[in-house]
Design a protein around this ligand. Structure first.
Ligand SMILES: [Zn+2]
Length: 561
């Protein structure tokens, strides 16, 4: 019988015992005649055990953010995480500074050396307490949002639940539900501002103590951006502004006509036509059945993998009170298994989130036997190629979920994806402004958001929703609180995923093979290298975004309407 999720119980690591084992490994490494690869293998085994405990703890907390046991376990996990990082950094430092570095570059690869160098730059024992403070603030933000109770239409929703009305055919419902949602932000603005203020200040203080000018540099190292820098990102944001923003402005102009309205307001942005967007033709269990058929039809390895996810009970998809928001994929490296978490709400978004997280899960499973746990997951901008790539590679199967609405779903998903570029770079630009000016007040930050919003999303009109009008939209973007500088990774990967989609229109099977090969490589190389190995350009190269705009325009003009 296969091991099911409920049977996975991992004890909290004994820090004292672990410390002794790390000291022993450091001792062994100091001997000039040691076999560093064997020592690394032992260390890697320990890391996979602690990572399994950390990931299980975090997942169980997200499954029920109101459960006192889950809360206290999560707190414990947040408290000891910096000590675990410190232990790992001690081994990484010994390897980076030791006599075997050149040899290791050949035997385990230069990507590990680059990753460890970045991670070491972003850590020192004196910031351990700040790291604990940071994760507590992040948990508080998460708990605050998850506990929201929004009364609308005679029912109570959390933030994920009420979002289904964004897609409603009744414009008044869209407007009212959004008003309710943002009134909640208005009511909690003091807490939200204070949490973020403290996050900026603790991040800035860590960065300056580590010798960075401000948190931007530290943020880049923490994200392990090993082969591009803020200059490349700045070039890329500008490319989005020059080529994608005009495409989006035109889309919104057409939307206005399709919807028969005078102006597209923020509450109209998620609706593509007067009849509403396609919805999946069944409930969650029905969708899981359709997904099984789809993956079986796509390739034997995807089919086998999806059965494994079902057999081991590795999915939690329904939305329920107290459950943490969003969707994510995590893994239990001790068992070599991933897990996907989502909040289905009955809209087309469910299919998007599901294929996205399945892309992550498939990649994590494909690369589970990589020589280092560091290589199981790539850095995030590469990770998101696998997730978004699968969203587009499943296009030919969308009729399974949407029936005759399948083609429409694909067109609308494509438009939404293109519209995502400007939003994604706006979030990134905003974070640069925030961390470059850590002394800014909450009101200044609202102005910063207004500034980037009007630059990258010039069509946006928040109408009579005061919180949005004053520049508060960013507070809903969890990544800004929880994972600074992460957000742009989605858009970098999207540019790569859209190339996979472009290639799949010429040769589907060959592209699927390329995709699976990329998944097998996991994180053994950097973003630029991984992209090049799959014949993909990165969006730091001139001309890629215009090509993508052209492909999208052509698809929209020719695919069946
Ligand atoms: Zn993702």
């Amino acid at each position: 019988m296969s091991l099911r999720y409920a049977d996975m119980v991992v004890d909290e690591p004994d820090l004292e015992e672990l410390g002794k084992r790390y000291s022993a490994l450091l001792n062994q490494l100091s001997a000039s005649d040691c076999e560093p690869e064997a020592i690394i293998a032992t260390w890697d085994g320990l890391r996979r055990q602690t990572a399994t405990w950390q990931n299980l703890t975090e997942l169980k907390f997200n499954q029920d953010t109101t459960n006192p046991d889950s809360i206290s376990r999560q707190q414990k996990c947040d408290e000891i995480a910096p000590q675990l990082t410190e232990l790992d950094i001690s081994i990484k430092s010994a390897l980076l500074d030791g006599p075997h570095r050149d040899r290791l570059e050949k035997t385990i690869g230069k990507q590990a050396i680059s990753l460890w160098t970045s991670q070491r730059m972003a850590f020192a024992a004196e910031i351990k307490e700040d790291l604990v403070t940071e994760s507590k603030l992040v948990s508080d933000y998460n708990a605050l949002l998850s506990a929201a109770e929004l009364s609308f239409d005679g029912q109570t929703f959390n933030h994920e639940g009420i979002d289904q009305f964004r897609f409603h055919t009744d414009r008044i419902k869209r407007h009212q539900s959004m008003t309710v949602k943002w009134r909640w932000f208005d009511d909690h603005s003091e807490q939200l501002d204070e949490l973020f203020d403290r996050l900026v200040s603790v991040r800035d203080s860590m960065a300056t103590r580590l010798g960075f000018d401000n948190y931007v540099g530290m943020g880049y190292q923490r994200m392990c951006r090993v082969d591009y820098d803020a200059g490349d990102v700045d070039f890329y944001r500008n490319e989005v502004l020059q080529s994608v923003v005009p495409f989006c402005v035109e889309q919104m102009r057409q939307r206005k006509q399709t919807l028969g309205i005078e102006k597209t307001m923020i509450w109209d942005e998620s609706v593509h036509g007067p009849g509403g967007n396609p919805r999946p033709n069944g409930d969650q269990n029905w969708m899981v059945d359709r997904a099984r058929e789809m993956f079986d039809a796509m390739s034997p390895s995807l089919g086998r993998f999806f059965r494994l996810m079902i057999d081991h009970d590795l999915m939690d998809l329904d939305n329920r009170p107290g459950k943490g928001g969003g969707g994510f994929c995590t893994d239990f490296p001790q068992y070599g298994l991933p897990f996907i978490f989502a909040n289905f709400n009955g809209t087309a978004d469910d299919v998007r989130v599901f294929t996205h997280e399945m892309g992550h899960a498939f990649q994590g499973y494909c690369s589970r036997q990589q020589i280092l746990y560091d290589y199981v997951w790539p850095t995030y901008e590469s990770c998101e190629i696998h997730s978004m790539g699968l969203e587009f590679l499943t296009f030919p199967h969308m009729h399974r979920f949407f029936g005759s609405g399948g083609d429409r779903f694909c067109r609308e998903h494509l438009v939404d994806s293109m519209m995502f570029f400007p939003y994604g770079v706006a979030v990134d630009h905003f974070q640069h402004l925030v961390y470059q000016t850590p002394s800014a007040s909450p009101a200044d930050r609202m102005s910063m958001w207004k500034e980037v919003e009007s630059k990258y999303l010039p069509w946006r009109d928040s109408g009579d929703i005061p919180y949005l009008d004053k520049g508060g939209r960013w507070q809903l973007q969890r990544h800004i609180y929880m994972y600074p500088f992460y957000y742009i990774d989605y858009t970098l990967a999207l540019a790569c995923a859209l190339q996979l989609w472009h290639l799949s229109q010429q040769d589907y099977d060959q592209t699927l093979e390329t995709y699976e090969d990329l998944c097998l490589r996991g994180g053994e190389a950097s973003f630029r290298e991984l992209a090049a190995s799959a014949n993909l350009k990165t969006p730091f190269e001139e001309g890629l975004l215009p090509m993508i705009v052209q492909t999208a325009t052509q698809f929209l003009a020719t695919s069946g309407k």
